[in-house]
Design a protein around this ligand. Structure first.
Ligand SMILES: *Cc1c(COP(=O)(O)O)cnc(C)c1O
Length: 396
């Protein structure tokens, strides 16, 4: 008996739910691209992007997804044959490394188990052994949506400094910007990139990149630069140069509205707090369900579990698939299957972006209903534990 009719909840780690006001902001005619309101809109978006990244450096908006922003970061700062060190912690830093390889860069992966965060001590040791300073850039993800890990970027920066290594530090914030604090300048990050379709609640298609002084200096000698991604061209005097052609106008209208919601209506710190509370409520529920042994957290260390997604392992692969199918088809909640090394062995609960207590508690209750309905062994009262914890944490 399906109970899915009604508004479906999209609880996946991206793309995320788009607020109605953001969708409505796109429903308008196109405008002229050389003068007028679009020029001012670009300027205001760039100011807010710098604020989100926490940088006084340069910011760029691409008509691209996160993969495009990865390529922008690499092509603007590196030359063919340069070596990059990829700090593995799930699926996405290695994906960025695959992009680097395809561009003619040399790629070395510092391996890490799928259940763990990057180990800063291992980063320090690897860099200390690079006497010839062959490593030109270090690629790391702040939150990896495949493993559900959050890496400690300041600790990784400290490890690089302790080794006295000059490599550029590049950070993927696709699943963390707007969700957890990120301070590009204060943390010594040289290049940061993001896509707007996760914490930033915008339809997929905008890639954001910020460059600090060391990256801008490296740009002067980079030979991988091509016209579309080129920072220098995009810094040119004409508005169309900022997009290397026609701006993705409707995505910009949407993005502007999403920025207003995030930065003005809610406030960035409140959004961080909301994500922390909803993520902890999710973990409280999963911890109870896991007591029966059929489910477990993918990330071993509680302090390394991300606030944007919770990745759950299932001992029986069939359970993950049936659970995801049942939540969607019978109860109207869309979860995500596990990917990367955990493919077929778990599921992912997205809790980032335009998500509130109603959506999250509804999701947890639906998962618990599906666990019971499918006869999957689980500790009783996971959703109740989440409710009790949230009631306590939000009391005035
Ligand atoms: C989703 C995601 C990406 C990929 O973004 P696309 O827009 O699909 O290219 C990159 N990095 C992380 C951490 C992600 O979660």
């Amino acid at each position: 008996m399906p109970l899915r009719h009604g508004r479906e909840l999209l609880m996946i780690p991206g793309p995320t739910t788009i607020p109605d006001a953001v969708l409505q902001a796109m429903h308008r005619p196109a405008v002229e691209i050389y003068t007028g309101e679009l020029v001012a809109l670009t300027d205001r978006c760039l100011v807010d992007i710098k604020r989100l990244f926490g940088t006084a450096g340069n910011a760029y908006i691409y008509a691209a997804n996160g993969h495009g922003a990865w390529e922008a970061a690499l092509s603007n700062t590196l030359s063919g044959g340069d070596k990059v060190l990829v700090l593995e912690s799930g699926r996405f830093a290695t994906g960025w490394g695959e992009t680097a390889l395809s561009m003619g860069l040399e790629v070395e992966v510092l391996p890490q188990a799928f259940s763990r965060a990057v180990d800063p001590a291992a980063v320090r040791a690897r860099l200390a052994a690079d006497d010839a300073e062959e490593i030109a850039a270090i690629l790391v993800v702040q939150i990896d949506t495949a493993s559900g890990v959050m890496n400690d970027i300041p600790a990784i920066r400290a490890a690089i400094d302790a080794a006295g290594h000059p490599a550029l530090l590049m950070v993927d914030t696709v699943a963390s910007l707007g969700i957890v604090p990120f301070e590009m300048d204060a943390w010594g990050v040289d290049v940061a990139m993001c896509g707007a379709q996760k914490g930033l609640m915008t339809p997929p298609g905008l890639g954001l990149v910020a460059a600090g002084p060391k990256a801008i200096a490296a740009h002067a000698d980079a030979d991988l630069v091509t016209r579309y991604w080129d920072w220098t061209f995009r810094d040119g005097p004409e508005h169309y140069m900022k997009y290397c052609g026609t701006p993705p106008e409707h995505l910009l209208f949407a993005f502007r509205k999403a920025l207003d919601i995030l930065l003005t209506e809610e406030g960035l710190e409140a959004a961080h707090r909301r994500h922390a509370l909803l993520a902890e409520a999710t973990r409280r529920a999963v911890a109870v369900w896991a007591e029966a042994g059929a489910l477990s957290f993918n990330i071993e260390a509680p302090s390394a579990r991300a606030n944007s997604v919770t990745v759950v392992r299932t001992t029986d692969p069939a359970v993950a698939r049936r659970l995801v199918d049942t939540c969607r088809d019978r109860y109207g909640v869309v979860l995500s299957n596990a990917i990367g090394q955990l493919e077929g062995g778990g599921f992912r609960i997205g809790h980032m972006g335009h998500v509130n207590a109603a959506a999250l508690l509804g999701t947890l209750a639906v998962i618990e209903t599906a666990l019971a309905s499918l006869g999957v062994p689980h500790g009783a009262g996971g959703t109740a534990a989440a409710i009790a914890w949230l009631a306590d944490a939000t009391r005035d």
